[in-house]
Design a protein around this ligand. Structure first.
Ligand code: ADQ
Length: 473
């Protein structure tokens, strides 16, 4: 079996416990341990004139290789191009997009540096799996250095429609970079359609059946791989929470009230101001819920060095304070707002206690919280998921109450409907969602991507001309 090499910006330390590391990190670590492999990424450290060689160490069957970066390159790469340009672009926030040539050059330099450091560690038949928008040019850089093996890329965030994507000055160069991969995975069929439409209508690529793309003299495949969660772990954590200290404390604090929960990184893509406003609107327009429901929003800080994130934090503090100021009673605080992370078991206990899960991003590649909320429910008395139609998860979780996150009154109406929904309807909706969450787990996702990447060279071999059976979109 060929060795697996994973590249991602953040590498989960082998010491990080599963309950803390997050489902994706655990699944990748498992895939690496099963077949033996290498996990390559940023060390989290910067230094002026960093060495080309990464720090390498082993843990079990997994080799870790971590690279230091030059501080200015790291800023241009991470805060600059990746999170100042690509993140807002892919989340349709053109007003927040900044494009600086120096960031674009820094982004490419970091990718070159990664390729130079990785190349000596590679064997010709390794299978490489590159994660996320920090590393789109990596395959092109590795090809320049002579790597001819299979390379796959998974894009965890949305791929925007051509009208939006064309706002990026480097749009053509970036998709040219993608064409050096063998397999490009996106979250949903919508994302695939958006990328393929751009390729066929803007840069004269050809699309053959099955998502094979011909661009210049290269061909690669684009397909949807909706990411899942470790459903068993959430089911078991949620079941185990019953009767435990944390569940007891939570119940005592709620004093018999219903709970609505939101769990999101503090990020402008997650639609938090709209969610707060919708909860305020619920209390204003449906006064029967006052003193009867508490909303808990868990929002750990993220990218807090970036100005937009600092502004968002201030906005939420103001909005949250205003809601509590307007509606709180001496024995009831409507909104609990927490900027801290929790262990998976604690999150599972909170999800299970919540009658409503409120997941209302303005855009989201998938949104794993939606799936975690479903997995943690009590089948006898499940809660209802209120889900943004603009989260990738909306494609799969058909039992949710789908909402438009720009429609504050519509979201308040959906929260009211969730809070008053009869048990039989809650159970029916939950069963439909749970079937998807249990079927498409993070382990299936991982296996499917690796299997298809492993097979892909064989499929290309069958067609000598990429245009055989090709269709413009
Ligand atoms: P994120 O934008 O980070 O991921 P999401 O999919 O919701 O969004 O994943 C967040 C994860 O962090 C969840 O597993 C959640 O449990 C965890 N988390 C959030 N708050 C936490 C807290 N306070 N304590 C502990 N854990 C917390 C990106 C894309 C998504 C895509 C994923 C995976 O933006 O669209 O679903 O990658 O591909």
């Amino acid at each position: 079996m060929a060795r697996l090499v994973i590249v991602s910006n953040r590498v989960a330390s082998p010491k990080e416990r599963a309950a803390k590391a997050g489902g994706l990190a655990v699944a990748l670590r498992e895939a690496l341990s099963q077949r033996g492999g290498l996990w390559f990424g940023w060390s989290g450290e910067t230094e002026v004139n960093p060495p080309d060689a990464p720090k390498v160490f082993r843990s079990g069957r997994v080799t870790y290789a971590l690279l230091n970066l030059d501080p200015e390159d790291q800023r241009a790469h991470y805060a600059g191009y990746a999170n100042g340009t690509l993140w807002p672009l892919c989340h349709y926030r053109l007003g927040l997009l900044s494009f600086r040539k120096a960031d674009w050059e820094g982004y490419r330099r970091v990718n070159e540096h990664f390729a130079r450091a990785l190349m000596p560690l590679l064997k010709p038949d390794d299978i490489l799996w590159v994660h996320d928008y920090h590393f789109i040019p990596l395959a092109a850089e590795l090809r320049k250095l002579g790597f001819g093996g299979r390379i796959g890329y998974f894009h965890h965030i949305p791929w925007p429609t051509p009208e939006v994507y064309l706002s990026l000055p480097s749009h053509a160069a970036l998709v040219d970079d993608l064409s050096h991969y063998d397999l490009v995975g996106l979250q949903t069929e919508n994302d695939v359609r958006a990328l393929l439409t751009y390729i066929s209508s803007e840069i004269r690529g050809w699309i053959a059946p099955g998502g094979t793309v011909g661009l210049k003299d290269r061909r690669f495949r684009v397909a949807a791989y909706p990411i899942g969660i470790d459903a068993d772990a959430f089911v078991s954590d949620a079941q185990k929470s019953v009767g435990k200290d944390e569940e007891r404390r939570l119940n005592e604090s709620l004093a018999g009230r219903m709970l609505a929960v939101g769990v999101d990184r503090l990020d402008y893509s997650k639609g938090l101001p709209g969610k707060f406003a919708a909860f305020g609107e619920l209390l204003r327009s449906y006064p029967e819920h006052r003193s009867k429901v508490t909303m808990m929003q868990v929002a750990p800080l993220s990218r807090s060095e970036v100005a937009e994130y600092q502004a968002l934090r201030r906005e939420l503090e103001e909005l949250g304070g205003a809601i509590n100021g307007e509606f709180a009673e001496f024995d009831w605080v409507p909104l609990r707002y927490l900027n801290r992370p929790f262990q998976r078991a604690t999150l599972a206990a909170i999800y299970r206690r919540a009658r409503v899960g409120v997941v209302t991003p303005l855009r989201d590649g998938m949104n794993l919280v939606a799936k975690e909320y479903v997995a943690a429910q009590d089948p006898e008395n499940p809660g209802v998921l209120v889900l943004s139609r603009f989260a990738g998860a909306a494609d799969e979780l058909k039992g949710s109450l789908l909402v438009n996150p720009y429609d504050i009154e519509g979201m308040a109406a959906a929260m009211d409907r969730a809070l008053t929904m009869p048990l039989a309807e809650r159970q029916e909706r939950w069963r439909s969602n749970m079937e998807t969450v249990e079927t498409n787990t993070i382990h299936h996702w991982c296996q499917r991507f690796i299997d298809e990447l492993t097979r892909i060279g064989d499929t290309f071999g069958e067609t000598s001309d990429p245009r055989a059976g090709a269709r413009p979109l």
